[in-house]
Write a protein that binds this ligand. Sequence first.
Ligand SMILES: Cc1cc2nc3c(=O)[nH]c(=O)nc-3n(C[C@H](O)[C@H](O)[C@H](O)COP(=O)(O)O)c2cc1C
Ligand code: SF4
Length: 472
Amino acid sequence: MLFQPFPIRSMLLPNRLVLPAMVTRLSGEDGVVNADIKTRYARFAKGEVGLIVVEAMAVHTAKSGPLLRIGSDEFVPGLTELARLCHDAGPSKVVPQIIHFLKISRSGWRQTVDMLSHQEIDDIVEAYGTAAVRARRCGFDGVELHMAHAYTLSSFLSRVNPRKDEYGGTLENRLRLPVRVLERVRSLVGNDFPVGVRFLGEECIRNGYTVLDAGPIAVRLAGAGADYLSLSAGGKFEDARPIPGEPLYPYTGYSGDRCMPGNQYPDGANLYIAEAVRAAVHAAGLTTPVVAVGKIPTRELAERVVAHEKGDLVGMARALLADPDLPRKWREGREETVVRCVYGNVCKALDENFRKVTCTLWPKALGRAPESHDVIAPVWPQTGPELRAECKDGRVLLRWKSASDNEAIYGYQVMRAEGDGLLLHHASVRGSSTRYEDARVLGGQVYRYAIRPYDLAGNHGPMSPTVRATLS
Ligand SMILES: Cc1cc2nc3c(=O)[nH]c(=O)nc-3n(C[C@H](O)[C@H](O)[C@H](O)COP(=O)(O)O)c2cc1C
Ligand code: SF4
């Protein structure tokens, strides 16, 4: 089912896999598309993901560090080239995510929605409208309106929106600006241009809204003409950790953890949100597709999302950053060669520090995901991997010998089983390391471990013999 084409208004996705927007910090302060941006996105297209949502780009003129922009015609040539390169590189459809955000300063001050005049609100509506028309002119296949996280439209939707007029208070009032924006965009881009919306299924802050509000929000946005609903969670200023002299970054608190769930969260951590919203949309007699997102690392889970109606489309941000070729490898039945994201959130930390977003698994000198057509798998030394397990300070410490490869060792997969159970992927370790500490262990429980090396093409070498460990 994942690889059946999926229609969204005039756009036919080649499959149900979506790259949700992910800021790369590759552009300069000028917000113009550059060579690094083109390489990054063309690579995703080459990997055959169904829909590429290009990172958030500003519809207005405010500067905000290295972030793409679409707020005036000067950005059209670069964006046009970006859309064309992606279309040339692979079958993916491509839409930009367009965003408006409020002012923020290093002093800790930030503009909030109650400070906006009616004229400024009208200007936001127009800025979205003209940016969406620009997206169409640039040759994108549609446009996605950013109504999630800490940004303007999400702050209007928020349950803690402090406005006292017709834009705050009741759900109907909080929806007023997002719906105005959507209707204005639709009126300007026409009926044949797909317009998606990304919004929060749960704010994950104190007094914030939950799926109880997200259902009606989804129904209203779908009724107002949204062609797909991409669900996110958290990412708010309200619980962000202030750092003196630095602008507040909305992903440093609990809501930030919920937005990009790290390895302390279970796989599919936010799927209940998409499932509840999808159910609300269907209960209202609508069929607007829902994009489920949040730590979906495996094909098995992605298939389950669709089969069990938790979402119509499967969003995978970090998993695709770690391995942009994942969709093609899945389609070819080569799941084994996928380089799996370890959800340690190094990419998130780079974004937070306005540094170029890369994946910690990529070879450092390369600065991008490696491309290799090599078919020769790594091998262990003649003496074998000599995998050893030692129990120490409530952890299991694994050490092994380096494998070798005709190109390069990219990493090692750590496999773990409880007792005599099935060995499952537990973690991945960079190729430069030959040790791993497992701190998620219970005393008295028998664990079995094995290691598999993989190379730049994702070819896996033989599994090491298993070792057993039990903490006393
Ligand atoms: C480095 C980074 C940048 C992100 N930038 C955006 C963004 O521009 N717009 C957005 O809606 N979400 C953004 N996100 C959130 C992702 O789209 C996605 O919702 C989140 O990472 C959870 O999905 P995943 O578990 O598949 O990574 C970003 C995430 C990361 C890690
Ligand atoms: S840096 Fe870590 S969390 Fe981010 S994509 Fe790479 S492995 Fe995944």
